[in-house]
Ligand binder design. Structure first.
Ligand SMILES: Cc1ncc(COP(=O)(O)O)c(C=O)c1O
Length: 341
């Protein structure tokens, strides 16, 4: 099934695997845990932004852009993948990085920062609280005055076009679980800038599969996060020409696992990172997927699911930021410039 008639680039030439996590399920003694391995998608080191960028970059190319401009925190998975897509398409890329944690940008740092340098981006670092939209506009103006054609991608690639990538992911999930003979009882996903969560919801509505989607917020409170996801999901449904049919309860973002704030690690996330690594050899990161897994484990402990339920965790990637977080994962707890969007 085609998600939409919109132009699309193809950065992952396969469906990402959907796997049963037998050892992890046994360790938790809870419902059956499945994982959608979007960490194994295409472009440099994969992750959820690859799907969003397939539609966004097609639009940039249609508009004749020669320079991609986007923004994020210093260890930004989105910036790394937007840069990778620009490299693949032969475009230039300019990144505006916010030091969400002070002094978190070090040109010689590991993780995503290392990859910005290897892939070759023009980098501007700004302090916490800077108006990122304005900064990107300034960067775009600079490109224009030099005769170039900029294309600005919003924070996290979260707009309607980006969300279409997760409509396609919902279609894959439906096909793969049907082939496996698995009926899903819930999907658990990260909710940050929101289009991953919103696209999944829209794809399920479009396919008339009312599987509950539980968003785990990594930054905002529930009300704000749900407002953003709802707005994006309605925009995506409009784009798909599907009559709006999001019930009040279908947009759910839990804010119990954010901890002290975006990119500040929690002990429950670190525990989950270690448990999944030791049982399945699969890596999560402390900023996104670790907190989301802490959410899933928290819900299991609260007995929200029954023992035989089938729960799908969306692995949204973030691998390079693991390498920018050595000290917190190994134990000293010091920041390694670990904020990422
Ligand atoms: C690894 C990872 N997971 C999840 C998210 C959140 O996705 P979204 O911004 O679409 O809510 C991000 C956002 O940057 C991310 O990098």
């Amino acid at each position: 099934m085609n998600a939409t008639t919109r132009a699309k680039r193809n950065y992952t030439s396969y469906m990402t695997p959907l796997q049963f996590l037998g050892n992890f399920t046994e360790a938790l003694n809870g419902p059956n845990i499945y994982m959608k391995r979007d960490d194994l998608s295409g472009l440099t080191a994969g992750g959820n932004k690859t799907r969003k960028l397939e539609y966004i970059m097609a639009d940039a190319i249609e508009q004749g852009a020669d320079t991609i401009i986007t923004c994020g925190a210093t260890q930004s998975n989105h910036c790394r993948l937007a840069l990778a897509a620009a490299v693949k398409e032969g475009l230039k890329c300019s990144l505006v990085l916010e030091e969400v944690i002070s002094n978190s940008y070090h040109p010689e740092a590991n993780g995503n920062i290392l990859l910005y340098h290897l892939l070759g981006a023009d980098i501007t670092v700004v302090p916490k609280g800077t108006n990122m939209q304005e900064e990107m506009e300034k960067a775009a103006e600079k490109v224009r005055t030099q005769g170039g054609r900029p294309y600005v991608i919003p924070l996290g690639g979260s707009n309607v076009l980006g969300g279409l990538g997760y409509v396609k992911c919902a279609h894959e999930i439906i096909q793969q679980t049907e082939e496996m003979g698995v009926n899903l009882d819930a999907i658990v996903v990260a909710s940050g800038s929101g289009a991953t969560h919103a696209g999944l919801l829209a794809g399920l509505v479009q396919s008339r599969r009312p599987i509950p989607v539980i968003g785990i917020s990594v930054s905002r409170n529930s009300e704000d996060a749900e407002g953003i996801v709802r707005g994006l999901a309605e925009g995506i449904l409009e784009e798909l020409v599907v009559p709006k049919s999001l019930s009040d309860r279908s947009v759910q973002c839990l804010d119990d696992y954010v901890g002290d704030g975006y990119a500040i690690p929690t002990s429950s996330a670190l525990e989950c990172i270690r448990l999944l690594a030791k049982t399945e050899g699969i890596l999560l990161d402390p900023v996104y997927t670790g907190k989301v897994m802490a959410g899933l484990v928290g819900l299991i402990k609260e007995k929200v699911f029954n023992k035989g339920d089938n729960i799908l965790f969306i692995h949204t990637g973030g691998l390079p930021s693991v390498f920018g977080s050595a000290s917190i994962l190994i134990g000293s707890g010091k920041s390694d410039g670990r904020d990422s969007k």
